[in-house]
Design a protein around this ligand. Structure first.
Ligand SMILES: [Zn+2]
Length: 266
């Protein structure tokens, strides 16, 4: 169920768009980042952890999109965190009486996604640089890309970068269309990740395949090339869209077309 990708770090890949849940081993239990999507897989993760004798002592959401904010009662009631901006964003979302309907519209019909514990996170103080928990240091690298309050996490001791919804081998950079300058924001975020690349041996994207250090560099370059092409209004040539897209990921081309439309409006 859980696959070790580095010393003290395990991953579970969801059947839903290759979402990655990340487990970090601490002193008395584990930190669970972006817990998973379906009820079945979150229960399986909980069972796995219970069998290993590792309670979940903290949770974390990389950004305020529903597929990164889920939780299951079987995982226990450890404190769950996100950046201050992430928590503010989800609080506003949950204050809409019809929030569940907005998510259900997005869901494929055949999966069971429990929404009752969605988004119950505590915002860390603005500018927090570390996840508060009793385990290896997990550095918060917050930036403005993809979503308000989006952050990557660097588990320094094991050289693992949890990238949130960036640096994917299957998804193109998805800009935060609500931002004033989503393109420059994205490029700045990539620079922040590049700054720590020398300390990274393993990169875990929110969706897609786990990669090594060479993949990290390649994905930073690939994402930057995509975003620069959008900025300069050049034709985008990217293996994640068009005929070279991975089977089952053809819809990423529609995401790209949608982004071109949004940018044209701006
Ligand atoms: Zn996502």
């Amino acid at each position: 169920m859980l696959r070790q990708v580095a010393e003290g770090v395990l991953v579970h890949e969801s059947e839903f768009i290759q979402s990655n849940a990340v487990v970090v081993q601490g002193k008395a239990g584990v930190l669970l980042v972006d817990a998973g999507v379906t009820a079945e897989e979150m229960v399986a993760i909980a069972d796995d952890l219970r069998t290993s004798g590792w309670p979940v002592v903290a949770g974390f959401s990389t950004h305020p999109h529903w597929d990164h904010l889920l939780w299951h009662a079987e995982l226990g009631d450890a404190p769950r965190y996100g950046t201050a901006r992430c928590a503010a964003e989800i609080r506003a979302f949950l204050s809409d009486a019809h929030w569940q309907d907005h998510i259900v519209e997005d869901l494929p019909p055949d999966i069971d996604v429990p929404l009752d514990l969605l988004g119950l996170i505590t915002g860390l103080p603005a500018g927090a640089t570390q996840v508060p928990w009793d385990g290896p240091k997990v550095r918060i690298i917050e930036h403005q890309a993809h979503a308000s309050g989006h952050t990557a996490l660097l588990i320094e001791e094991s050289g693992v970068l949890v990238a949130g919804d960036m640096l994917s081998d299957v998804l193109i950079p998805m800009l935060d269309s609500s931002a004033a300058d989503p393109i420059e924001d994205y490029l700045a975020a990539l620079r922040l990740l590049e700054d720590v690349a020398g300390d990274v041996d393993v990169v875990i994207p929110g969706h897609g395949s786990v990669g090594g250090a060479d993949q990290l560099r390649a994905r930073i370059d690939q994402d930057r090339a995509y975003v620069r092409a959008l900025r300069d209004d050049r034709v985008v040539s990217d293996p994640r869209i068009g005929p070279s897209a991975k089977e089952g990921w053809e819809w990423v081309s529609d995401v790209h077309a949608g982004q071109l439309g949004q940018l044209a409006k701006k």
